[in-house]
Design a protein around this ligand. Structure first.
Ligand SMILES: [Zn+2]
Length: 376
């Protein structure tokens, strides 16, 4: 199904006046940086034992803390409101802060304190950097007022809990005290908010197929892998720390990580081709495991860099406007656009996807056109 952008715009444009804390949008996108949740956690874990419980309870009232606990709970079942209060008390008492990442904040609060002070004093500059960067790649005409909620104490770097809610979260404990590194991660997550706004529901597309037809299961699985590729690859492209300013240790480390991963594109493309080959030919292929191998953090998310390389080539050889259009298009269109670019460009640096991957993407596109919706 080709997503018609205009249909979504009315629902997405939130007709409220911008408050003073909200940066004036240079694109149609604005970002409000809210550090209150991280500050509340910092205050609770670095204070005295007499105040710890009341400060922890005050923190718990903030939506950012509730969202942080909900995210942790998905990976660590012990994470809850009660265990958060117990963890704050244990941390202040000099014991471990599990299941939350609180101990290191108590032991070394200076980095996070500096980071939060920077985010506050440079709020206009940093939110402007995000809106400028996102304005380059978001679909034209999109208006979106978003909130970057800075949290603390989780084991997650950044996330977007709900595809259609323009709020995203970054944990301040992951950035080596470097505000520029946090903004690069924020550009990646903010792009997910943009993609989520203009794309159809992707939770069903990424879940296991419910079809009894082997062919439909194969088509569902191929579509899921291509969707994962585009979502993460384009977000990594927009959040490329090498295209963003800063010279702190956090952003320098992120740049090295990108360079290291892009240097092994031939292996990353080969792995991607192998995953698509299996999904296209085996209706009983384990989708979740294969997506994890291709895109999961424990497998170094090599698929992100395959999508990055494709986005980079499309911008270079077709233009940024085409890349902007593809944000709202089916993922098959993005992959097939890259296939066409690679064939035309005569650029030895571009990786050639396997013929079986091209066949799978084309079949998935035909299935989409025939049914008007991704295979379930
Ligand atoms: Zn992502």
């Amino acid at each position: 199904m080709t997503v018609k952008l205009g249909r979504y715009l009315a629902a997405l444009t939130i007709a409220v006046p911008l408050s003073g804390a909200c940066a004036q949008p240079r694109s149609g996108i604005s970002v409000t940086i809210d550090t209150s949740a991280a500050e509340a956690v910092l205050k609770a874990v670095t204070g005295d034992l007499t105040d710890a419980e009341s400060l922890a309870r005050t923190a718990l009232e903030l939506p950012g803390i509730q969202a942080m606990i909900a995210k942790e709970h998905r990976y660590v079942p012990a994470a809850s409101a009660d265990s958060f209060i117990a963890a704050v008390l244990a941390t202040v008492n000099g014991r471990g802060g599990e299941p939350f990442a609180l101990r290191e904040i108590r032991d070394n609060p200076a980095q996070v304190r500096t980071l939060l002070a920077n985010l506050t004093s440079r709020k206009t500059e940093l939110s402007g950097r995000l809106t400028d960067r996102l304005g380059m790649y978001a679909p034209r005409g999109l208006t979106l007022h978003t909130t970057l909620a800075v949290v603390l104490g989780s084991h997650q770097n950044g996330w977007v809990p709900d595809q259609k809610t323009p709020v995203f979260y970054i944990d301040a404990g992951f950035q080596s005290g470097d505000a520029d590194a946090l903004i690069a991660v924020a550009a990646h997550e903010l792009f997910h908010v943009v993609q989520g706004a203009v794309q159809p529901d992707w939770s069903a597309a990424l879940a296991a197929s419910t079809s009894s037809s082997p062919e439909m299961r194969e088509m569902h699985n191929v579509h899921a892998a291509l969707l994962n590729l585009v979502i993460e690859g384009m977000a990594d492209y927009v959040g490329d720390p090498r295209a963003l300013p800063g010279d702190g240790s956090g952003i320098e480390r992120a740049r090295r990580e990108y360079t290291r991963n892009l240097a092994r594109s031939s292996e990353s493309f080969a792995l991607f081709d192998t995953i698509i080959y299996r999904l296209y030919r085996d209706p009983d292929a384990p989708l979740e495991s294969l997506l994890n191998i291709g895109f999961g953090g424990s497998w170094e998310q090599t698929g992100y860099y395959v999508g990055f390389a494709m986005a980079s080539a499309i911008e270079r050889y077709v233009g940024r406007e085409r890349l902007q259009e593809l944000v709202a298009s089916p993922p098959e269109d993005f992959v097939l656009e890259y296939v066409a670019v690679e064939r035309r460009a005569a650029d030895r640096n571009l990786m050639r996807p396997a013929a079986s991957s091209v066949e799978a993407a084309s079949a998935s596109r035909r299935s989409l056109s025939a049914h008007g919706t991704p295979a379930r």
